[in-house]
Ligand binder design. Structure first.
Ligand code: ADP
Length: 347
């Protein structure tokens, strides 16, 4: 089980701090507002003209005692109004504390939601990566411990151990390369230039041709000579990932084809294989980090860490390219790269 408690604790205390900050701002505003209202009302009430200045004092029939009583009544009423205003303002501030607290909490959660998502995905990433690193490391450790426990190790047995060590080390290297690739993606900006699709596809094919030859898979390209404006290195990297998978998940003696489609302003590069295909259920997840289709359901056990397509997806997002997939089990897969908002001309 993955322990996400530390970031959750940090998030909780940050939400609390932000809620208190928002609430303090609201309370300061409300108290200032209440003070101004109260002071203004009190000044106005106390300014109320005394009964005598209303001219009542000049009416002879009104005795002085009555005038004093009237003045007392007015003063009493003014004090009562003052008190009422005070009580209402206190209620208003209590309401601001409760209502403002709820609003502040909702606002704080909303403000911190993207950060919370980033922290959570980073934690999951580190945890998944450590899990993936642990498997080959455990194999290496167990293998070497068993070999060391043998009183006599023949040369061929020692060579076997070394061979397995080299294989596991190679897996670890691939994994660390992939992880570094993911990190680099976050820190580099694309270098946009104009280049021919043919050049990019040829470069990608040359990088995977040895692997294709090993599996006797024929690689064909029929892409046109469109010039696109993008980051060539990243497009080649993207194509290599898709070609690498197309080869990896295809049977021996089959073929992988790269073609292009142009419809008006829209342009796409398509990679078609005749491999194991991907079920609709898995299609929903294959771009997730560390997601691998359950190979036990297929006949093949291919090396990989489920990082290739998540890297491809990130590259595509960075370049404003859309990746689409059409696939069905045992009928092959077609991954296509759709270029939008990119300058496209034909040379
Ligand atoms: P991996 O290193 O496992 O190949 P990816 O992220 O590149 O990781 O791919 C994720 C999963 O998607 C793979 O485990 C594989 O099952 C499936 N997949 C990717 N490309 C293809 C393809 N062309 N044909 C069939 N399955 C594929």
């Amino acid at each position: 089980m993955t322990d996400y408690s530390l970031p959750t604790k940090i998030m909780r205390s940050t939400v609390l701090k932000l809620t208190l900050t928002y609430l303090s701002i609201m309370m300061i505003m409300s108290l200032i507002f209440s003070f101004v209202i109260y002071r203004t009302s009190v000044i106005q009430l106390r300014k109320q003209p005394p009964v005598r200045s209303l001219g009542l004092g000049r009416i002879k029939e009104v005795p002085k005692q009555k005038l004093d009583e009237l003045e007392d009544v007015f003063a009493k009423q003014a004090r009562e109004v003052e008190q009422q205003i005070f009580v209402r303002l206190v209620w208003l501030n209590i309401f601001v504390v409760i209502g403002g607290g709820i609003i502040s909490y909702v606002l704080a959660r909303k403000t911190l939601a993207p950060i919370e998502y980033a922290i959570e995905s980073q934690t999951r990433f580190v945890s998944d990566a450590s899990h993936e690193l642990r498997t080959p490391l455990t194999v290496i450790q167990t293998m070497n411990e068993v070999a060391l426990r043998q009183p006599k190790l023949s040369v061929s047995e020692a060579k076997d151990v070394i061979k397995q060590n080299v294989e596991e080390a190679a897996k670890l290297r691939i994994l660390s390369d992939n992880l570094l690739g993911l990190l680099k993606q976050n820190s580099t900006n694309p270098k946009i230039s104009e280049f021919s699709v043919i050049d990019a596809v040829d470069e990608a094919i040359s990088q995977v041709s040895v692997m294709a030859q090993k599996s006797s898979i024929s690689l064909q390209s029929t892409v046109d000579s469109t010039i696109i404006s993008s980051d060539k290195t990243l497009i080649v990297q993207l194509l290599v990932i898709l070609l690498d998978n197309a080869i990896k998940y295809s049977p021996e003696n089959s073929s992988v084809t790269v073609s292009s489609q142009r419809r008006g302003e829209k342009y796409a590069i398509e990679i078609q294989d005749n491999g194991v295909g991907i079920s609709p259920r898995d299609q929903a997840h294959i771009f997730d980090r560390f997601y691998r289709v359950d190979q036990s359901r297929g006949k093949t056990h291919k090396n990989g860490y489920g990082l290739g397509l998540s890297i491809a997806k990130r590259l595509a997002d960075q370049l404003d390219v859309e990746i689409k997939l059409k696939s069905s089990p045992n009928k092959g897969s077609k991954f296509s790269l759709h270029f939008k908002g990119v300058k496209q001309t034909t040379s």
